[in-house]
Design a protein around this ligand. Structure first.
Ligand SMILES: *Cc1c(COP(=O)(O)O)cnc(C)c1O
Length: 397
């Protein structure tokens, strides 16, 4: 059994804050600052260029990839870190599209995070070969899986509602139709159990600053099925994805494995903080995370529905169809979230009317949920949200 009191003690949570936004930006691991200082002073400061060998910065993207792999059901050597999630989406999609040269349809859904759709659109324009991107409602994806489909590109857990796709079923259906599948695990890695190997996914991507607590701008990850890793052509053919970067060969030969998805020099400081953050997952079982996450979400939904009848549940009621977040709709959701934040409960707002709460069992417990419900109930009952300062829009919501 995972010891959640022990995992909670690994993180810094500001005094007076109940943090229900770990699905957007995870909290700070207590040891991260020291590790960053040590890396900067001892490795960068003292080793200088020797750090690439002596501190093993060069293989860090694969080393950290293996830590992430364990949480998403991927075998060692199938995941590599680097760049941002938007870039990894582009790479995965470019490779997958090229593997189905006779097909022109890419299917995602209209609940996908916009950057995934923007990257697909940009790729289609660059290719200029007549590809189309279709974005049905999430529940209608299946109806577009047919012999025209080149690539199914979905985010498993909808960032707005928390609705979760059935990865295994959709992957099987797409494969039966001869298509490839890319899963975006932005709201899955560290949030719900994922079995990439078991569902035979072709590609997967995700970020590490959400449930994995790697800090703002932490590098993304990409998984490539071992059968494709030897053959998929990386569209971004950077030198660190080369089979022998230090041969300085003028011709590009990709690495024989997932390392071909590396592009350029990795952000070593940020990667080191992420590597430190991943220690919190030592001995943590994703099945325990899931069980606890469902308990916390159910407790929150019950509390909010009992106390705030004006809020409408925007997430699936069935916990099996929901990720590790709960959303409610309210016309004045933006102001409600600002009032909540002013009262120490941090969640976030997604236009047009969704207030969103992430539940991260590593550091959120039942007492936090009770506290959050109580404060939300009071804000709704007293209309404390209806003040001019809570209606003023910030750039980041
Ligand atoms: C958070 C998120 C992103 C963010 O992409 P970045 O390049 O890291 O800014 C992309 N896609 C999904 C589905 C997300 O949830």
């Amino acid at each position: 059994m995972t010891d959640f009191a022990a995992t909670k003690s690994l993180f810094h949570i500001p005094e007076g804050v109940i943090y229900l936004d770990g699905n957007s930006l995870g909290v700070l691991p207590k040891t991260a600052a020291n590790r960053a200082k040590e890396m900067i002073e001892q490795e960068w400061g003292e080793m200088l260029i020797r750090g690439w060998n002596d501190a093993k910065w060069m293989e860090q993207p694969e080393r950290v990839g293996n830590l992430v792999a364990r949480l998403i059901g991927a075998a060692p050597g199938t995941v590599v870190m680097g760049d941002t999630l938007s870039i990894k989406v582009y790479q995965a999609l470019a490779s997958a599209v090229e593997m189905r040269p006779d097909r022109k349809v890419i299917v995602s859904d209209n609940g996908n995070f916009p950057t995934d759709l923007y990257m697909a659109d940009g790729l289609i324009k660059s290719l200029d070969r007549g590809h189309v991107l279709k974005t049905p409602n999430p529940e209608d994806v299946e109806s577009l899986i047919n012999e025209d489909l080149a690539v199914l590109m979905l985010t498993q857990v909808d960032y707005r509602t928390g609705r979760m796709h059935d990865m295994k079923r959709l992957t099987d259906l797409a494969h039966a139709a001869g298509a490839l599948v890319i899963w975006d695990l932005a709201h899955s890695a560290g949030a719900v159990p994922v079995d990439l190997t078991g569902c035979n996914a072709d590609f997967a991507v995700g970020c590490t600053y959400k449930y994995l607590n790697g800090g703002p701008g932490a590098p993304a990850f990409i998984y490539v099925h071992p059968d494709h890793a030897k053959s998929a052509r990386p569209a971004l053919s950077g030198w660190l994805g080369h089979a022998a970067p230090f041969a300085f060969d003028p011709d590009y030969t990709p690495a024989p494995d997932v390392s071909r998805m590396r592009v350029g020099t990795p952000p070593v400081i940020q990667m080191t903080v992420l590597e430190e953050a991943m220690k919190a997952w030592d001995g943590v079982d994703m099945a325990d995370i899931r069980k606890r996450s469902i308990e916390l979400c159910e407790q929150f939904i019950a509390g909010v529905e009992a106390n705030c009848p004006m809020l409408e549940l925007a997430s699936p009621r069935n916990p099996q169809e929901r990720g590790s977040q709960v959303s409610f709709k309210f016309d004045q959701g933006y102001a409600v979230m600002q009032a909540l934040i002013a009262h120490g409960v941090i969640g976030d707002f997604r236009a047009p009317d969704v207030i969103r709460f992430g539940f991260t069992p590593l550091y959120i417990d039942k007492g936090d949920v009770d506290g959050a419900v109580k404060i939300l109930a009071e804000i709704m009952e007293t209309r404390a949200w209806d003040k001019p300062e809570f209606h003023k829009r910030n750039a980041v919501t």
